[in-house]
Design a binder for this molecule. Structure first.
Ligand SMILES: C[S@@+](CC[C@H](N)C(=O)[O-])C[C@H]1O[C@@H](n2cnc3c(N)ncnc32)[C@H](O)[C@@H]1O
Length: 283
């Protein structure tokens, strides 16, 4: 079969299985199998696959049709300006999370600290910490997670990107952390109990529950992070939190309840127009 034919057929299979972005996933998986980039597929549509390659590709497509995310099948996910190793022990970093990186960089530019101390709580694959490390080589960065599996993957990603200024610590929220930070960032779990039940199967059945679920309402981590960050922020330090698209009011209300501690509270939308990052500066 030619590349053109196999892409057409596999896309139909994934569409029939109800997979969104079927064509993109087919190209990602085929490029992964053939160890090339997607552009090479498009440039060479008449190249043919061997029988073994066709059979191997059939197996990859069957896994994707069963709901397994393409990033877990390939073990890689693009984020910011690099690609990260991912596995079922970590949440697959989402493009929306790049907004908190952009916002953190804006704060760093505005404050012009010479050696900012940054804390990423719940680092997962290391996505946010690594993007900040790449963009601010003078920063010292601490990244924590409660999951040992996530920290192992994050450390591997840091080694691959030669991000030596990140210290990884395991523990519950601020438990493993000492000292104060100029910037605390976090994309915490924020899915409530009802919403968790209605997540797409590709998320619910494959991504780690502890990276997604946050108590009954989805707000559990915001309460703790906003409350406890105050004690870990340096004077004029900033707290930046990623929020779910429908959580703006509730998380603003939590900041509001701590208005003796934070000022300049503001919300930034993502590129689809949904509220995505909320920030406040320690008074
Ligand atoms: C939504 S994921 C975010 C991962 C990564 N920062 C990203 O943006 O892709 C939340 C992360 O918080 C971690 N986590 C959950 N509960 C935690 C806790 N009590 N203390 C520290 N980390 C926690 C999870 O293991 C997961 O890696």
């Amino acid at each position: 079969m030619t590349i053109r034919e196999i892409i057409f057929e596999a896309t139909q299979k994934l569409e029939e299985a109800g997979i969104p972005s079927a064509r993109l996933d087919v190209e990602v998986l085929l490029a992964f199998l053939l160890r090339c980039d997607r552009l090479a597929l498009i440039k060479n549509p008449d190249n043919t696959l061997s029988e073994k390659q066709s059979a191997d590709f059939g197996r990859l497509i069957a896994r994707r049709a069963g709901g397994e995310p393409a990033a877990y099948i390939t073990g890689r996910k693009a984020f910011w300006s690099f690609a990260l190793d991912v596995d079922p022990g970590v949440l697959i970093p989402r493009p929306d999370t790049e907004v908190i990186v952009e916002e953190a960089l804006a704060v760093l530019r505005q404050e012009s600290w010479s050696h900012p101390r940054i804390l990423d709580v719940g680092t997962g694959s290391g996505a946010i910490a690594l993007a900040l490390a790449c963009e601010t080589p003078g920063a010292s960065i601490t990244a924590t997670d409660i999951s040992e599996a996530a920290l192992e993957t994050a450390k591997k990603n840091a080694a691959a990107l030669k991000a030596e200024q990140i210290v990884f610590l395991r523990g519950n929220l601020f438990e493993p952390v000492d000292g104060r930070f100029d910037l605390i960032v976090s994309n915490p779990p924020y899915i409530g109990a009802d919403e968790y039940q209605s997540l797409p199967p590709g998320v619910k059945n494959f991504e780690p529950e502890e990276a997604l679920r946050a108590g009954q309402t989805g707000l559990e981590f915001y309460k703790k992070l906003i409350d406890q960050s105050y004690g870990h922020l340096a004077e004029n330090g900033w707290l930046l939190l990623e929020i779910g698209a429908r959580q703006k009011q509730e998380v603003c209300a939590i900041f509001e309840a701590h208005k003796n501690f934070y000022e300049h509270i503001a919300v930034r939308a993502d590129y689809a127009g949904f509220p995505r990052v909320i920030k406040g500066r320690r008074r």
